[in-house]
Design a protein around this ligand. Structure first.
Ligand code: FUL
Length: 676
């Protein structure tokens, strides 16, 4: 009898192992923000504004189920404090809204619909509460815990409890209307708060920046680490205080099993905003997100924000259907399934640990090597030549994560050729490469922390499908589409869906005044090419082109107006404003702040600013609006302010608050949109 490999380092607890296998589940961001068009409510929103016109939990859950999601997590309470269930501990809830005459309960309806349709249900209960008068005092902790008990007692089994990291700042706080800060390390007495979850829902995993069961991946843009260790050292961290880069990669020798969850929205914002209907992530981007999350050993937690009707918007739903179709097609056939597998080492030469164990889908059966082995190769004869463009690898992580580096090679007529080379494998790794045809392939595990084990190796081929082109605009306003050489593309510049009657794209065109560019590959135009859902559409919203702009009186501010997301500019220390000359009078309908997109620190990102528009730079009247950039640190996307149309040539931004009260305000750029 050959001894089984002993577990190496930290290993997943049973609840974490269950969670690993979910791989893909959804987020629902829904609250008064949906009706105020905000990302973070201040806490003073009247419950009367919460009134979805046609809330349909089953329809929402069906969209998630058809997308292949295994569960849904609902923002039962976001930072604004409004409760989507009739909590016994506050009046700030659905019970004082007109929706279902105050008799409704969104948590009940979504959790019931999840159970009916076979999805798991999870809760988001924001620790920060900008409505509650006691926030900041010990009494609020009692309130928070009482609400946690309500949610964990009355709504059936809960698979995940989600604690957000954003915490403290200004808010309504029962009418006090002030700034409040708490000590993130001590205020929530997390150990005892989490004990409530363990007591009431012992199978649930708890998420926060720093665990205890699942960690944040360190960004909200859908990117798991190219290197992902499922282990972590959280010394000195707490929910809301952790190093985002280290969260992304994990710690190779971390003492805790703490795998990453990749939370990302299908749109720029987390809540529904009609203006973002044209900015739902493209099929290509969503597929990339899948490979960068599930394919890098994390789970994909994809947000679908219900709209004011209480539906998932049609654009989001159809995009997901296409993504599901492509993934199903991709994983329908494993070209390694019939292979003959050999290895340079097999643990005790035992058939239980034979190389062929990597071909089945049972995570309990795996190829193992002898204890002293640290590098090894596995060779597959596929039985015939096949074309594939990705390899799937899995370690049996219940025995610990071991592999540090690996390479995948195919045999060509010129010998072995490497097509993928990477670091970690972990629970699941998917590596894509250009379509390759071969009969013999091999995996070389180049370095492992302990004797390498592998439970799965599979080869897949993504279907060829027409995807939407990438839309680009140069600073002078010239628009071009990339990635569409072999297909016919039709486009509009007014936000409407292209039809076969719309203009055919024949080459770059000029769009200096901006607009919404919509480019569609239509099946009707592309006979013989698979176009999922009959069309593949990309959209991009542009403001005025900036080539005629200047920044009067400031030298070195080119990055403010260069239309390049990779460059950024900071005001001089203590300077709280900047003025831009648009070069001509324009009727303006919206203004936007772009945070630096490539920045090591978010210090100085604009948190609150006022905008002015004038015909001459000395005639500033009242501000045309105030912009609050709520979640700009974690989600550094364009922050847009729609205004009543106003004509002017000069635009001034007055910065009222910056992230961490930094004395220099940081800009990636600003955008100015013409009134429609
Ligand atoms: C963030 C929050 O501040 C956002 O509003 C959103 O809920 C996201 C999932 O987490 O930190």
């Amino acid at each position: 009898m050959v001894a089984a490999p002993v577990p190496f380092g930290p290993v997943p607890a049973p609840r974490q192992w269950q969670w690993h296998q979910l791989e893909f589940y959804g987020f629902l961001h829904f609250t008064t923000n949906t009706f105020t068009d905000k990302e973070w409510g201040f806490g003073d929103e009247p419950p009367a504004i919460f009134n979805p016109t046609d809330f349909d939990a089953d329809a929402i859950v069906a969209v998630a189920r058809e997308a292949g999601m295994r569960g849904l997590i609902l923002t039962c309470k976001h930072h604004d404090g409004f409760c989507l269930w009739p909590s016994a501990y506050t009046e700030h809830s659905v019970k004082n809204s007109p929706w279902r005459d105050g008799q409704g309960d969104v948590v009940r309806e979504i959790s019931d619909a999840c159970r009916r349709q076979g999805l798991l249900f999870g809760v988001y209960l924001s620790p920060w509460d900008r409505n509650h008068g006691d926030y900041g005092t010990p009494a609020y902790l009692d309130y928070y815990r009482a609400q946690l008990r309500e949610l964990l007692t009355n709504y059936g089994p809960i698979f995940e409890v989600w604690h957000d990291g954003a915490n403290g700042g200004d808010g309504w706080y029962g009418g006090a209307n002030e700034k409040r800060t708490i000590d993130k390390f001590t205020y929530y007495d997390w150990e005892n708060t989490w004990a409530i979850v363990r007591e009431l829902q012992p199978q649930a995993v708890i998420f926060s920046d720093a665990g205890p069961d699942i960690r944040w991946v360190g960004n909200e843009s859908g990117k798991g680490g190219e290197t992902t260790w499922l282990t972590l050292d959280t010394t000195g961290w707490c929910p809301g205080f952790a190093d985002t880069k280290q969260l992304n990669t994990g710690h190779e020798d971390g003492p805790l099993w703490l795998p990453p969850e990749v939370d990302v929205s299908i749109r720029p914002g987390w809540f529904y905003h009609a203006r973002e209907d044209s900015q739902v992530h493209s099929v290509r981007r969503l597929i990339d997100i899948y490979y960068q999350s599930v394919g890098r050993s994390g789970s994909l937690h994809l947000n679908l924000p219900p709209d004011r009707r209480g539906h998932i918007h049609e654009v989001d739903a159809s995009r997901l259907q296409t993504v599901r179709h492509i993934l199903d097609q991709t994983f329908a056939r494993d070209f390694a399934a019939e292979a003959t597998v050999s290895a340079c080492n097999t643990r005790g030469n035992a058939s239980l640990y034979a190389p062929s164990q990597v071909l089945n889908q049972d995570p309990n059966r795996y190829w193992a090597t002898d204890d002293e082995v640290r590098s090894a190769a596995l060779e597959l004869d596929l039985g015939a030549e096949y074309t594939f463009d990705q390899v799937l690898l899995q370690e049996p992580v219940r025995l610990g994560q071991r592999v540090r580096e690996w390479a995948f090679e195919v045999e060509t007529k010129d010998g072995w050729q490497e097509v993928a080379h990477a670091t970690t494998i972990g629970y699941k790794r998917l590596a894509r490469f250009a379509p390759t045809t071969a009969r013999r392939v091999r995996l070389r595990i180049l370095d492992a922390k302990a004797c390498p084990l592998l439970s799965r190796l599979a080869l897949f081929l993504a279907p060829t499908f027409a995807v939407e082109p990438t839309i680009r605009r140069a600073p002078d306003g010239t628009v071009r589409f990339e990635g569409c050489d072999e297909v016919r593309v039709r486009c509009t510049v007014d936000g409407s869906e292209p039809t076969v009657a719309s203009a055919l794209y024949t080459g770059p065109f000029s769009l200096p005044a901006g607009g919404v560019v919509t480019a569609s590959v239509l099946a009707a135009d592309n006979v013989g090419i698979y176009v999922p859902g009959d069309r593949a559409t990309a959209r991009a919203a542009y403001g005025l082109a900036k080539s005629g702009w200047s920044v009067p009186g400031v030298t070195g501010a080119e990055a403010l107006i260069d239309d390049n997301p990779a460059t950024s500019w900071r005001t001089a220390t203590g300077v709280r404003e900047v003025c831009v000359d648009l070069g001509e009078e324009v009727c303006i309908g919206a203004l936007a702040y772009l945070p630096p997109m490539v920045s090591r620190s978010s210090d100085g990102f604009v948190q609150v600013c006022r905008w002015y528009v004038a015909a001459t730079p000395d005639a500033w009247g009242e501000p045309v609006g105030e912009l609050r950039c709520d979640n700009v640190v974690n989600n550094p996307v364009e922050q847009r302010l729609d205004i009543a149309p106003v004509t002017g040539r000069y635009v001034r931004v007055e910065v009222l608050d910056t992230v961490n009260s930094a004395p220099q305000a940081a800009f990636g750029g600003i955008n100015v949109y013409r009134a429609q």
